[in-house]
Design a protein around this ligand. Structure first.
Ligand SMILES: [Zn+2]
Ligand SMILES: [Zn+2]
Length: 782
């Protein structure tokens, strides 16, 4: 319903009806928006559980659960203009201009606004003000400067979604002087037949401003076309049911169907090695639920829901399926929500927030790749969709299936304790064997070759062999950019981000230094910024440099790179996989992205370079993440007719995460890792919360964390270990200083009670709530 609140009209949700008159003077409701309740009893209860478990305000929880913002009020949105892109680009190059009348604070706020908008379409005002910390007057000033435009959000959402198309002008061949970037871009438009989506031009590694310049010179124009999400670049695929189920798949399906038929809560951990056909089991189970007239939800990780997957789902479920992905506009999302709420769509597939889909008579929730980090929301409410799925299934007396080739420690532990039944698919479909893994000790490689190698002799020889046979290979390096560190040999200092305590990464083709945490960019230094010395060295290797090295070694090979610089969305992701599928790429280089996705076609060789980066991180989940990544990427090796091979280069050949991954020994790894967690009192043996105190003023961050530290010392917190205050591993991030506490307890109730008392104390001490982050079951302690 719509209610008056100060000067505004806000929408609210009725959570309770009672007959007692209020103690304060109350205002009247303006209007009732829905004739039927938007939440049923179960979802209301689920919302209360989330607010309680994650210590999140209930209003924020309901807002997250109910994607109907577009219907409630006239909303304002902002969009970046070409001038805005130009200003952002210049800010990166010149830093703060001395002539500017704006204060450094205002410049920073403007930078944040542009930086946020640069990667996005129309952004809602509230969202922008929250993430960029920008005032209304600042935004108005930026509109006057024509850096951004102010639009009616709800109107814009009415129209069909548009994509921008770059169109070659007729006079583009006049011999005007062009620089390299401009020529590259013009050639790309011409090569595409004169019309190409602007998004596709991003792959070119030319600055965004190049297009703006060409438009100004009337060499290219930009038009808009209606966008179609469902159009897939890849040809129609065979039906997922078009093969014989293995006995293991049949057993798995039977077990899920029996559970659903029993009508009680039940959990299943479906541990299936990569390529064992889990998806076919999910779809078959969901189809039988649909046939019995009940509902099911399938959650998939962020990158997994590509247009091709959507096409598969439509093929299997027709009009009965609702697909919720992040490319939907608010309005489209609301439409899907209503379809589900009315019962028109009883099969729901979506990313994280689809766990709140208002289906009735829920029988089955499946969480695919349940170990994936994208299920955890990294803003309030900081819920984990897998854990919410389990709770929702419990409340609905439904079945929950958690599937993965590399289950999280938490889920595996629950299966060991018989909270879930464990289903295993040990064999790949079509009897494909698991790949052979060869470990290369890079310390020995260094001794034998006398210099630090990126690509070992063995990996190079194996790649050569594959290329000669006309087969495909992948090489993983989980770090993007060209070199991760720039170091001065005179004073020993490195080049850090202005906003974060993080070294800037060199991006060679884009000719810039970039912070991978806040997006700040700076010019590539000729001299040390600290002492002026010329002896600046670029150290280490990222995926861009690896690609270049491979080009040098294999000049004939067609090499592509897949990382966040070349893949901006799931359509790029799918396009690149399609090219691999079609044999247009011989060698794919990339970050962990190459290990993800349902339908990565088999290649015969996977090389792993720098697999140990994560093992050096101060994070108790480092071994788990490394094991998962190595296992997932190794799973890409091997085709129907050719067995796969993995060459795993490492500086830690004896580390158990590396060893167990190399031997495909899941049980061995979990056994060892569980002993470590138990010994250290880490999850799953204790509940953990990260409390972060942050402020752009170091004094405030120190004072507030100090006050909380003294409070923890003073009160009795029996049964809860409190570590801190300590500087967070990244002590400064996006201009904010960060101190944190880690709380651990074997009793979740004690942990949450202590956190609640702490929040009450913080409120007394006037520590602003936005400067205090409570992250229950935190995945990252950085
Ligand atoms: Zn220096
Ligand atoms: Zn930064």
């Amino acid at each position: 319903m719509l209610v008056p609140f100060r000067q505004q009209r806000l929408s609210g949700i009725v959570v309770d009806l009672h007959g007692r008159p209020p103690k304060v003077q109350a205002k009247n409701v303006i209007s009732v928006l829905d004739s039927a309740p938007v939440f049923n009893e179960q979802l209301l209860k689920l919302g209360r559980w989330i607010a309680d478990y994650y210590l999140a305000p209930i209003g924020e929880v309901f807002r997250t659960m109910l994607p109907l913002g577009a219907e409630f009020k006239k909303a304002i949105g902002y969009r970046i203009t070409d001038e805005g892109h130009m200003a952002l680009h210049l800010a990166g190059i010149s830093g703060s201009s001395a002539r500017s009348r704006r204060t450094p604070q205002e410049q920073l706020e403007e930078f944040r606004v542009l930086d946020y908008l640069a990667e996005r379409e129309l952004v809602r005002e509230e969202r922008l003000r929250a993430v960029a910390n920008a005032s209304k007057s600042l935004l108005a000033g930026m509109v006057r400067k024509k850096w951004i435009t102010r639009e009616d959000f709800s109107q814009a959402q009415d129209a069909t979604r548009k994509v921008k198309i770059a169109v070659l002008a007729a006079n583009s061949e006049d011999g005007k002087k062009l620089n390299d970037n401009q020529r590259t871009l013009l050639e790309a438009v011409a090569a595409a037949g004169g019309r190409i989506p602007v998004d596709a031009l991003r792959e070119l590694d030319v600055p965004r401003t190049t297009l703006a310049t060409l438009v100004k010179r009337n060499l290219v124009s930009v038009e808009e076309e209606a966008a179609e999400f469902h159009v897939s670049a890849i040809k129609a695929r065979p039906s997922p049911f078009n093969f014989q189920f293995t006995p293991a798949q049949q057993d798995g399906l039977k077990c899920i169907q029996n559970g659903v038929a029993a009508g009680n809560f039940g959990g299943v951990l479906l541990h299936g090695v990569t390529g064992s056909g889990k998806t076919a089991v999910y779809l078959a189970a969901m189809r039988s639920v649909l046939e019995s007239g009940r509902s099911s939800i399938l959650l998939v990780p962020e990158i997994g829901l590509t247009p091709a997957v959507a096409a598969d789902l439509h093929q299997v479920f027709g009009e009965e399926v609702a697909i919720l992905h992040s490319a939907l506009s608010d309005r489209e999302r609301a439409e899907q929500w209503h379809r589900i709420h009315r019962g028109d769509a009883r099969v729901v597939v979506g990313t994280r927030s689809a766990v709140f889909a208002p289906v009735s008579d829920l029988a089955l929730i499946i969480v695919d790749e349940e170990h994936d980090g994208s299920y955890k929301q990294e803003e309030t409410p900081r819920y984990h969709a897998r854990d919410v799925a389990v709770m929702r299934a419990k409340m609905a007396h439904a079945m929950v299936v958690l599937g993965s080739a590399t289950p999280s420690l938490e889920s595996y532990f629950n299966a060991m304790k018989h909270k879930y039944s464990l289903l295993e698919l040990r064999d790949r479909v079509e009897q494909r064997p698991l790949p052979e893994v060869e470990l290369i000790d890079m310390r020995q490689e260094f001794q034998e070759t006398g210099s630090e190698q990126v690509i070992s002799r063995k990996l190079s020889a194996e790649i050569k062999e594959r290329l000669e046979r006309g087969e495909q290979a992948m090489v993983l390096l989980n770090r993007r950019g060209y070199s991760p560190v720039v170091l001065c040999r005179s004073c020993g200092k490195s080049l850090e981000c202005k906003n974060c305590a993080i070294a800037l990464t060199h991006h060679k083709r884009a000719r810039k230094m970039e912070c991978h945490y806040c997006g700040y960019t700076a010019p590539v230094p000729q001299h040390c910024v600290h002492c002026g010395s010329e002896y600046v060295y670029f150290l280490g290797t990222g995926s861009e440099k690896l690609e270049e090295l491979l080009h040098g070694l294999f000049p004939q090979a067609r090499i592509a790179r897949m990382d966040r610089d070349t893949v901006r969305g799931r359509e790029d992701f799918e396009r690149m996989l399609g090219a691999l599928h079609e044999g247009e790429i011989d060698l794919l280089v990339g970050t962990q992205m190459i290990a993800k996705g349902h339908d990565i076609p088999g290649v015969t060789l996977v090389g792993v370079v720098g697999a140990d980066i994560a093992l050096g991180m101060p994070d108790f989940r480092a071994a788990e993440r490394t094991f998962q990544l190595l296992t997932q990427v190794a799973g890409r090796a091997g085709r129907r007719d050719v067995p796969g091979k993995v060459v795993l280069q490492t500086y830690f050949p004896d580390h158990y995460a590396v060893q167990y991954a190399a031997h495909h020994d899941f049980a061995g790894f979990y056994d060892k890792e569980l002993r470590f967690r138990s010994w250290m009192h880490y999850p799953p043996y204790s509940a953990l919360a990260n409390v972060l105190v942050r402020s752009d003023k170091l004094d405030d961050a120190l004072r507030w964390s100090g006050a909380l530290g003294r409070w923890f010392d003073k009160i009795r917190h029996e049964g809860v270990r409190v570590l801190g205050p300590a500087p967070a591993p990244i002590i400064r991030l996006k201009q904010e200083y960060r101190y944190h506490f880690v709380l651990k307890s074997s009793s979740r109730e004690k942990l949450n009670n202590l956190l609640r008392s702490m929040l009450a104390y913080a409120a007394e001490e006037k520590i602003p709530r936005t400067h205090l982050i409570v992250d229950v079951d935190a995945l990252w302690l950085m």
